[in-house]
Every structure is written in C-alpha cells, then in structure tokens.
Design a protein around this ligand. Structure first.
Ligand SMILES: *[C@@H]1O[C@H](CO)[C@@H](O)[C@H](O)[C@H]1NC(C)=O
Ligand SMILES: *[C@@H]1O[C@H](CO)[C@@H](O)[C@H](O)[C@H]1NC(C)=O
Ligand SMILES: *[C@@H]1O[C@H](CO)[C@@H](O)[C@H](O)[C@H]1NC(C)=O
Ligand SMILES: *[C@@H]1O[C@H](CO)[C@@H](O)[C@H](O)[C@H]1NC(C)=O
Length: 433
C-alpha cells in the first residue's frame, strides 16, 4: 500500500472532527437533560400531567354548591413560625402534599406527642381525607418526633395516604426549646431540621412507649392539650372540622356522606342558629377488630363487646342506610349538661381554653359551657360514629397521680372561668360548668 501521507492525515482529521461534533452533541443533550432534572429537583416544578390537573381545579372557578351554602373561603398552607402564649409553634412544619379547597372535605384535627402517632395509620385509612396534627415536641423529644413523621411518610403501606393527607405542626414551650443553649449557639436551625427520608430497617420511632425516658416526663412538664387542639384547628384548610382525640377512629366514608348530607339539608345548614353535628363515641374490648359500619357496631353492642363512651347518648335503633340523618337534637343542658361531645363543626366555634392542661382534666368543659351560653344545638348524627382504639380506657391512675392539678383546675373554673364566660357570652341558668 502506498497511500499519500496527506490523505491518511485528512482521514484522521475528518474522524477527529466527527468525534468532536458527536461529543459536543451528546454533551448538549445530556446537559440540558441534567439541567432540567436539577431544576425540577430544586424547584419541584410539577410534571405536565400535574400542571393540567391543578389548572383545571384552580382555573375558571365554578362555585361549588357546598361553597354556596357555607360561604367558605380557601385557606393557604404556609410554613411559618408563630408564638402562642409561652409556646413557639412551627405551623405546617411537614405539610400534606394534597391541598384542599374549603368545600372539598372535612379536616380531622388532633394532637398528641410522638408516642401516639401509631394511631395515624388506622385513622388515615378510615378517614381518607385531610388530617391536621399538632405535636408537642419539647427538648430532645423533637428529634424522635421528626423521625416518627419521616417513618410514617416513607416506611408503611399507609405512607402514600399519610403523605397525601396529613399535615404536621410542632410546638414547644419557650423554656424547652429543642437542643438550645444560650451559652453555645447551635449549628442548625430548627426551621430546616426535618429530613424527609428514613432508614426503614430501623424500628418505628413512635414504638418507644417508655414514657419515663421522654423529655416531657423527665422535665416534669404538663401537656397543654388545648393549645395543641387550637393549633391543629387553626391551620385546617376546610370549612368543616372534626376536632377529635387521636385514638378515636371515624366510621368509614364519613366525609362523602357528610358532604352529601350538607347538600341535601341546605336549609338546616343555612339557618343562622349555631349548631354542631355530634358523632356518638363507642369503646370496644381489647381483642376486637374495628367495626366497618353501624350494622356491625350494633351487633357488637348487643353481644357486649362494644359500649357507649358517654352512656347518656344512645344509638338509633333504625336499620343502617348509606345516608346520614340527624336522629336527635339537644342542647347541652339537663342530663347533657356536662357533655364533652365530639362533633363536626367549623372554624367559627369557640376555641379551647388554653389555661387548662391534660393532667388537670375538665379541659373541654369551658368550651362546652361557652357553647351552651351561645345556645348551640347539638345534632346527633345517625349512621356515623367514632370508635375508640380497642381497649376500654382506665382513668383511675391519672386521677390519683394528678389529683392536685385536678383540684386546682376545678378551683380555677369556679373562681374565674365561669364568671368570665358569662361576662363574654351572656348568662343562662340552664348551663352548667
Ligand atoms: C412536677 O410538677 C408538679 C407541679 O407542676 C409538682 O407538684 C411536682 O412536685 C413536680 N415533681 C417533680 C418530681 O419535680
Ligand atoms: C376477647 O376477650 C374477652 C374477655 O377479655 C373474652 O371473653 C373473649 O373470648 C375474647 N374473644 C376473642 C375472640 O379472643
Ligand atoms: C357492614 O360491614 C359488614 C362487614 O364488613 C358487611 O358484611 C355488611 O354488608 C356491611 N353492611 C352495610 C349495611 O353496609
Ligand atoms: C347521665 O345522665 C344522668 C341523669 O340522667 C346524670 O346523673 C349523669 O351525670 C349523666 N352522665 C353524663 C356522663 O353526662
């Protein structure tokens, strides 16, 4: 072979030029790809499919019938830090991914510390709608609280529902700020402390039921239950709320049934009288499974495996159907005068009195008294109920341990609270506090 040297060189040059072009081309493709990837990671811009669905729901606004009936307005979800008395509150610290229009659903609002978070699993499965939880997380309880949230959002069969529906708020006293020392400034900020991932091979952080090791127990601080209740309520996005205890699980399909009830009972809802819709509460023995509907509950009641939580409210004997009805309407007087009912209400109902603690008991009495003075109707719903986490509650230990605080609470009610509420809302001799 006797090729001229310049044609070999030309061939090589062309080849190199080709490689160069190819490299540049590939680089352009991958870098735009990379840039897009990074941008979407950073900005969390929704995928095109998601953008279409959000524009259709927020786009040209057709007024919904429930919005017309209730005159509700949408409430934003913002991560923000506020003070409430002596407490710092991190509102919407870990928000649910699904936002709610005011008329779309009912928000179950509740509270506790992280050791109660196992309840969220049956709760979200039965409620299948928005849940707003305020968590008391003083001192080092803060870290276990955040770990529990991450575990719930990532490590369970119910994690998808929890991410979609549950919004977590955190609060603690200004005297018990997590990991804070005035002498040595901390290297992290609490605002950005939460990591939304978890090593699911570890055990659930909320499974630690050793109450003695909690910061709250060691520091001997009381649980400001009504601060927590008000935080959870205040940040709910929907017009209707069910302020509940985290161990009370609702009967399935309650949200669509109640919204249908509202549509079909427009006159009742629009009436100016104040009202709430009460859900009867039941307890079951420890080894029982949760009743799927009223029919099963009635059978359990007859076989004495389920009981009324409040003996003075009875279950309608009618056969179950898929509609909600009001089967009794009452005021909080007479035999109901000390009733601490659980009900579907709204943001307009009176707040819980933040002077009371869980340990001192009677913490819902002041709200009930205010509602009595305002002449609220308690409309008891049929075909819907709350069922306590299986196992009949024992309160005696609590009564003995905190008897001092219980007495103080009663004194406070007699001395100040009663006359203050009468002064604010007017007198009514039928109402009892
Ligand atoms: C805990 O606090 C209560 C009142 O807040 C007090 O009566 C009690 O003595 C305290 N116990 C301890 C161990 O500090
Ligand atoms: C449940 O417990 C009760 C009493 O504690 C007992 O009588 C009953 O047999 C138990 N039922 C089942 C299904 O284990
Ligand atoms: C209630 O639940 C039971 C058990 O899941 C089911 O067999 C029954 O059909 C239900 N009844 C009604 C009226 O929905
Ligand atoms: C139930 O009603 C009776 C009188 O009918 C009353 O003595 C009792 O205190 C009431 N219990 C509750 C929990 O309201």
């Amino acid at each position: 072979m006797n090729l001229p040297w310049f044609s070999v060189r030309n061939c090589l040059l062309v080849f190199i030029a080709f490689l160069g072009t190819l490299a540049i081309f590939l680089n352009i493709i991958t870098s735009t790809h990379w840039a897009n990837f990074k941008r979407s990671e950073i900005l969390k811009s929704p995928s095109p499919a998601k953008m279409i669905s959000t524009t259709t729901t927020t786009g040209p606004r057709k007024r919904n019938i429930i919005q017309e009936i209730t005159n509700c307005y949408d409430r934003p979800v913002e991560r923000r830090i506020e003070q409430r008395g002596e407490y710092w509150v991190l509102f919407n610290y870990v928000p649910a991914t699904q936002k709610q229009r005011c008329f779309e659903s009912i928000t179950y609002t509740t509270q506790g510390d992280y050791t109660f978070l196992d309840n969220l699993i049956p709760l979200v499965e039965r409620w299948n709608g928005p849940i707003s939880v305020a968590l008391h997380a003083p001192g080092y309880d803060f870290r276990n609280t955040l770990d529990s949230i991450a575990y719930l959002r990532h490590c369970l069969k119910a994690s998808d529902l929890i991410m979609k529906y549950v919004t977590f708020h955190i609060f603690f006293s200004t005297n018990h700020i997590p990991f804070y020392s005035a002498i040595k400034p901390p290297s992290v900020t609490l605002r950005n402390f939460y990591q939304d991932n978890f090593d699911c091979y570890k055990t659930a952080p909320y499974a630690n039921k050793d109450y003695k090791s909690l910061y709250k127990t060691k520091a001997n601080i009381t649980y400001p239950i009504n601060v927590a209740r008000n935080i959870a309520k205040a940040s709910a996005q929907t017009h209707f709320l069910l302020a509940s205890d985290i161990e009370l699980y609702p009967s399935p399909n309650l949200i669509p049934k109640f919204l249908r009830f509202v549509e079909e009972n427009r006159k009742l809802i629009e009436k100016k009288t104040k009202k709430v819709f009460v859900l009867p509460v039941f307890e079951t023995l420890l080894n029982q499974s949760l009743p799927a509907n009223k029919t099963v509950l009635q059978q359990m009641y007859q076989s004495k495996t389920a009981f009324y939580f409040h003996k003075n409210i009875s279950m309608a004997k009618f056969k179950e159907n898929d509609k909600l009805n009001v089967f009794a309407t009452t005021k909080r007087v007479g035999k109901y005068r000390k009733w601490e009912a659980f009900y579907i209400g709204t943001h307009d109902d009176p707040v819980f009195d933040e002077r009371f603690s869980w340990e001192g008991q009677s913490n819902k009495m002041s709200q009930g008294y205010a509602m009595c003075l305002m002449n609220y109707d308690y409309m008891v719903l049929d075909n819907a109920f709350l069922i306590h986490k299986p196992g009949v509650k024992k309160q005696r230990v609590q009564r003995i341990k905190f008897s001092g605080m219980i007495i103080k609470t009663q004194q406070m009610i007699r001395k100040y609270v009663k006359s203050q509420l009468q002064y604010l809302f007017g007198e009514n001799d039928n109402c009892i506090l």
